[in-house]
Design a protein. Sequence first.
Length: 311
Amino acid sequence: MLTFRMIKSLTQCLRGYRSSGLRVGFVPTMGFLHAGHRALIDESVARCDITVVSIFVNPTQFGPNEDLDRYPRALEADHELCRKAGVSMIFMPDAGEIYPPGFQTHVEPGPVAEPLCGAVRPGHFRGVATVVTKLFAIVQPDVAFFGQKDFQQCAVIRQMVRDLNLPVEIVTVPTVREPDGLALSSRNSYLDPADRVRARCLSQGLLAAQVAYGEGEQDSQRLLAIARSLMNEVDQLQYLELRDARTLEAVQGLVEQPAALCVAATIGPTRLIDNVLLIPPPTALSDRELELVSHVMGRQATAGAQGSPPL
Ligand code: AMP
């Protein structure tokens, strides 16, 4: 496994591999790697000849009062996880390598970046879209892997890849959860033991709504109420919304198209996000909609409720 800090040396090395026809997979991360990141890496290693993992805590996607300065780091453990997983290259530039003096061009996503986290974190997706575009230009991967955990991020990136004709396939990997349902996140390390217990209520609410949907409840207001009723242990519920899984437009009335139930909440000083997909049963979907489901869910092109982990 090779580690690069400079763009030039990484691209030189990758050029050699690409000219021999090897398929390059790319997993962008901010480090402090866990089993969620590992699932993305495993998917890339399985599908590609070369897997590049970037570890870069991107300053432009953090707001002024967010956790950029205290974002957790564990470079040695990250290297170990990557090495064991069969990663070929780690790219870990510093901020000056990505944003040198005089940097002035950004990628501005459209309406898909406006609701949910876009509304709570102004400028966040502009920072994400900009850094992902730059990383795509540097690595030039055939395939890039993103987690469903950051559902709106996946939607923003898919839209950006379509709009800008970026020559990369995007694969979405299902969310990896703790045994009690909590979605793995580097930010879970901020949770003290009491907050960790409270954090369970997010996935419990989402998964309860998903189960109700699987049992035939289609009314969006009732589904939201089911989820909300289990989330009263959070300090601030920033949003709990049902959105069209592709466009992220708000879902009103019945859930008849693939939808995402998305939540963001603070628990103590920690902000957590999570989501589940509500997918109509296969008989209710046209071929076009089934194609959409497979597009939204990456390789997990199945219908019916997504497998629920134990609560
Ligand atoms: P981050 O390091 O938090 O920026 O995440 C890097 C990538 O890992 C993103 O595509 C995330 O969506 C993905 N990821 C983070 N947590 C999980 C999880 N629990 N399950 C699956 N993917 C995840």
